[in-house]
Design a protein around this ligand. Structure first.
Ligand code: SF4
Ligand code: SF4
Length: 269
């Protein structure tokens, strides 16, 4: 079931979730790890993670599949060469239904060559067979109830108070449980450090008042980044959520993502 988001409902759920977190044993461990936020994430000394609650909106209607965001992320975060991505672009091609089938659409093809970093140049289906096609940028979904945090046996991955889901590589033992637990496929094992890795929203940037690299470079403003606690007077998230229907990926899982999508088809997974 798709659930529309409003700032009020989001804040209400965040408040309820925060109350639950106070008693959750897993989060007690995580809170200890949060103390290391300033040293393990590259955040500057004066950054107070309790004063922010980050979120991102992805407007699928605006994404042109250029891949600049994925490329910028790799460079900014020193992601290893090869098939490792903190953010990537998926192309969805929905084929027309077979004549007489009675279906509303045909086969759904999803691909992401090189994480979409080089754009999408080849179309694997004749144009006449395509009912609809679009691009879906993917990244950490900033779950309020993060499965990856719940399964980490050593508290190496944790929910920061500002909503970022982070990993302290000093404590990561490389067991891979979090990679299996993430329902969005957002984690991978770094082949160099042999620790788990993921999108941090460019924590070293946002903690200095900058936007994540993917947001900064997007030429169409398909990615909108904001702070629920410190909205600007003309807060772009506020205006966007007010004027558009936004949804989350896999809402049935109850992970309560704080990455919201506008314009996604029901075929997106
Ligand atoms: S790979 Fe690292 S972060 Fe992931 S569950 Fe294992 S110890 Fe925790
Ligand atoms: S940079 Fe923007 S338009 Fe280009 S693929 Fe990424 S989200 Fe889409």
């Amino acid at each position: 079931m798709k659930r529309p988001f409003t700032r009020r409902s989001l804040l209400g759920r965040l408040a309820a979730a925060t109350a639950c977190l106070v008693v959750a044993p897993a989060v007690r461990a995580a809170k200890a790890a949060v103390k290391t936020v300033l040293v393990s994430t590259g955040a500057p000394k004066g950054y107070d993670p309790t004063q922010h609650k980050w979120l991102m909106v992805v407007d699928v209607n605006r994404c042109i599949g250029c891949g600049l965001c994925a490329e910028a992320c790799k460079l900014e975060n020193h992601v290893p060469e090869g098939p490792f991505y903190r953010t990537w672009i998926e192309r969805y091609i929905i084929k027309k239904p077979e004549p007489g089938s009675g279906e509303t659409h045909g086969e759904v093809l999803v691909d992401s060559p090189a994480g979409g970093m080089n754009g999408f140049h080849d179309v694997p289906v004749p144009a006449d067979d395509i009912l609809q096609s679009f691009f879906v940028p993917k990244l950490c979904n900033l779950c309020e109830h993060s499965p990856c945090v719940q399964v980490c046996p050593v508290g190496a991955t944790f929910d920061a108070p500002d909503g970022a889901v982070l990993i302290d590589p000093k404590y990561c033992i490389g067991c891979g449980f979090c990679i299996q637990a993430c329902p969005y496929g957002c984690r991978f094992m770094n082949p160099v450090t042999h620790t788990a890795e993921k999108c941090t929203l460019c924590y070293h940037r946002i903690s200095r008042g900058l936007k994540p690299a993917c947001v900064e470079i997007c030429p169409t403003q398909a990615r909108i980044f904001g702070d629920l606690k410190n909205p600007e007077p003309d807060d772009p998230i506020e205006a966007f959520v007010r004027n558009n229907k936004v949804q989350v990926l896999k809402p049935h899982l109850g992970t309560e993502p704080r990455v919201l999508y506008a314009g996604i088809d029901r075929e997106v997974r």
